[in-house]
Design a protein around this ligand. Structure first.
Ligand code: PRP
Length: 210
């Protein structure tokens, strides 16, 4: 690959992309191509220097690990759920939230082995194993808060940002599993080969208060 080729960044569609917009502006990168309301999945930015791939959040590390992207923007929740061989050169300090165990307000555990619904089965299993608590982990793909309301599970392990989804569904935090933020991940080989340009970009994207 020519050293002038654009730096390819795997970026998650949705909430994280929106949270990234002020940081891009601050870095002097016009976010308009990323926000354009069309179906193209590759968006050029920064005068053709950057090439963004718009992906489902869970797919970001895969594209970076295989070198289809040099860099990726990704929540720690995704990284801890599976083992990836990636370099993590920068915590962006955005997308701050918590991974928690939650259950219905005022409802105490009724079984010795609670059923736990989650999009993060490995993270949840590791959490309960660390505590020495046996739990039955049930994978669900979204709207996890429904599980305790319908009898699918007593508990959930999920992300909480404002806490509004829990409140509106009559749920409460029982324990914190971990703190989550959005990080930049890098393909190890790409980082070495294109180090100067990548480091310069990361400096532009760095949290101004860190
Ligand atoms: C996430 C998470 C919670 C919600 C928490 O879901 O899984 O449901 O956001 O945010 P809050 O504390 O600010 O209310 P997301 O919106 O990504 O949708 P999903 O349920 O389809 O995963």
């Amino acid at each position: 690959m020519s050293s002038n080729a654009p730096i390819t960044i795997a970026a998650p569609k949705g909430r994280t992309l929106k949270a990234l917009v002020p940081r891009l502006r601050r870095a002097g990168i016009d976010p308009a191509p990323l926000l354009a309301d069309d179906r193209t999945l590759i968006r050029m930015a920064d005068g053709g220097q950057l090439r963004f791939l718009l992906l489902k959040p869970d797919d970001v590390p895969t594209y970076v690990e295989y070198g289809a992207a040099d860099l990726g923007i990704c929540g720690r929740d995704v990284l801890v759920e599976r083992a990836y061989d990636l370099y993590q050169p920068l915590d962006l300090g955005i997308g701050i939230c918590r991974m928690v165990v939650a259950g219905a307000v005022g409802v105490k555990a009724s079984t010795d082995v609670p059923r736990v619904a989650t999009k993060y089965p490995r993270t949840a299993a590791a959490h309960f194993a660390r505590k020495g608590v046996q739990a039955e982990i049930i994978y669900v793909g979204g709207s996890v808060e429904l599980a305790p309301l319908t009898g699918l599970a007593e508990l959930i392990v999920d992300l909480v940002e404002t806490g509004e989804t829990l409140v509106q569904n009559g749920l409460e935090v029982r324990e914190e599993v971990s703190k989550i933020s959005t990080v930049v991940v890098a393909n190890r080989a790409c980082y070495k080969l294109r180090r100067e340009r990548i480091v310069a970009l990361l400096d532009r994207l760095r949290d101004p208060v860190s």
